[in-house]
Ligand binder design. Structure first.
Ligand code: GLY
Length: 372
C-alpha cells in the first residue's frame, strides 16, 4: 500500500511529499528526470554497496547522468572536512546548478548531504531517501541539515527543505537491530509528546514491528511522520513548538557526549525520555504508572537503559550548558502532562527545573534507573 503525506512549511511554495511504500526506491527515475538532468547520489560506503550502486545503475538505464559519491560511515565523519571533500568531488565532475542531490542513507547522511545541497551553488534540489528507521521518521523530515564541529553536534547547518522524501521500508531489512531500536525511540517520543493512540499502537504491535511486518511498519512510519510534520509545519525554525521534538534529547545529548558516543543516539535519548518523564512526574504532571509504562515499552524494543559509567550531576550540567534550549547556561526540558500530551509552558514548550529536582533526577538516573 502506498501512503503519501504533504508537508507544507510556512511561507513560499515549499510543500513536499513524503512517500511511504515498499519498493518506492525503484520508482523514482521519472520524478528525478523532471527535477534535473544530472543526479549526485551521496551516501556512505556501506549503503553504497547495499543500495547506492543499484540506484545509480537504475537511473543510468533511464538515461539520467547519475554519479555516486561516498564517505566512510559513522558520526565521526559528519564533519566540515567530509562535506568539503564531497563538494570537491562534485566540482571535479563539473556538476553545477543542473544537478539534484539524493541523500541516501541514515540520519548522518541525510543531515550532511542535505547541508551540502543547501550550500552547493547556493542550493540544489534535494531528495531525501532515508534507509534507517531514524532517518525515515525523524532526520529526513522538517528540513534540518548540518554537520558536527568539535564544539558540539549539528552546530553548523541550515534549514533546507527537500523536494521529496522517499521512504522505502524494504530497506530496513539490512538495518542492524541496534539501529532499529534507535529509530523506535524517536517513534516512541512522537507518541509520548503528541498522540497516546499511536503510543498504544506501538505497545500492542511490538513483535510485528520488530519483524518488519510490512503493513505494520508502513503504518507506524506514516503515523510517526504525521506527528512530526504537524509540528514542523507550525514551527519550522524551532522558536517554540518544535522544541517538543527535543523531548529526551537534553539529557540524551549530554549522555552521548559524556559517553564519547559509546551510547548510540537512541540509547542515550531513551534514558533521556525516562529522566525527563521523571521530572514531569516529580512536578506532579505525569503519574508514576505512566513512567513505568514508558520504561517497559523502551525495554520491549530492546533499549538497554544502561550507562557505561557513573556521570556526576556536575558533569551532566556542564554537558547540558550548550544545549540549544539552555538559557544562561541553565538547561530547560520538555515535560509531559500525560502520555500523548506535552506541556505548553506558556509558549516556550520547555522549562527549567529547580536545582534540587535537577540533581535529584540526575542521581535517580545513575542510582536507580541505570543501576547495573
Ligand atoms: N529532530 C528534531 C527536529 O527535527 O526538530
Amino acid at each position: 500500500m502506498s501512503r503519501q503525506i504533504t508537508c507544507t512549511p510556512p511561507a513560499g511554495d515549499r510543500s513536499y511529499v513524503i512517500e511511504i511504500q515498499h519498493g518506492s526506491l525503484k520508482l523514482q527515475a521519472a520524478y528525478l528526470a523532471s527535477l534535473a538532468p544530472r543526479i549526485a547520489i551521496i551516501t556512505d560506503d556501506v549503503v553504497a554497496d547495499l543500495y547506492g550502486q543499484q540506484l545509480q545503475k537504475q537511473l543510468q538505464q533511464h538515461k539520467l547522468e547519475a554519479h555516486l559519491f561516498t564517505f566512510p560511515p559513522g558520526e565521526q565523519h559528519k564533519t566540515r572536512t567530509t562535506k568539503e571533500a564531497l563538494e570537491n568531488q562534485l566540482f571535479e565532475k563539473g556538476l553545477g546548478r543542473d544537478t539534484a542531490v539524493i541523500a541516501l542513507g541514515g540520519g548522518i547522511t541525510t543531515d550532511m548531504a542535505g547541508f551540502l545541497a543547501a550550500t552547493y551553488c547556493r542550493g540544489l534540489p534535494l531528495v531525501m531517501v532515508p534507509t534507517s528507521l531514524l532517518g525515515m521518521v525523524d532526520a529526513s523530515i522538517g528540513g534540518k541539515t548540518g554537520v558536527d564541529v568539535p564544539y558540539g553536534k549539528n552546530l553548523l547547518g541550515a534549514i533546507y527543505q527537500p523536494k521529496r522524501v522517499v521512504i522505502d521500508p524494504a530497506t530496513l531489512v539490512s538495518l542492524p537491530k541496534r539501529e532499529f531500536a534507535n529509530g523506535m525511540v524517536e517513534m516512541i517520543k512522537h507518541g509520548l509528546i503528541a498522540n497516546s493512540e499511536f503510543l498504544h499502537y506501538l505497545e500492542t504491535h511490538v513483535q510485528a514491528l520488530k519483524n518488519l511486518d510490512s503493513e505494520g511498519i508502513e503504518r507506524a512510519i506514516f503515523e510517526s511522520c504525521m506527528i512530526k510534520k504537524a509540528i514542523v509545519e507550525q514551527d519550522e525554525t524551532e522558536q517554540g513548538k518544535r522544541r517538543l521534538l527535543n523531548f529526551g534529547h537534553t539529557i540524551g545529548h549530554a549522555l552521548e557526549t559524556l559517553s564519547t558516543y559509546q551510547l548510540a543516539h537512541g540509547e542515550a535519548v531513551a534514558i533521556g525520555l525516562l529522566v525527563e518523564s521523571y521530572f514531569s512526574m516529580r512536578l506532579g504532571l505525569l503519574d508514576g504508572a505512566s513512567l513505568i509504562r514508558i520504561k517497559a515499552l523502551l525495554q520491549q524494543y530492546g533499549l538497554p537503559l544502561k550507562l557505561p559509567a557513573h556521570y556526576s550531576p556536575q558533569a551532566m550540567l556542564d554537558a547540558m550548558a550548550m544545549d540549544k534550549k539552555s538559557t544562561k547556561g541553565k538547561p530547560r526540558f520538555v515535560v509531559l502532562e500525560a502520555i500523548g500530551s506535552s506541556a505548553e509552558c506558556e509558549g516556550h514548550y520547555c522549562m527549567a527545573m529547580e536545582e534540587k529536582l535537577l540533581i535529584d533526577g540526575l542521581q535517580w538516573m545513575n542510582d536507580d534507573l541505570c543501576r547495573h
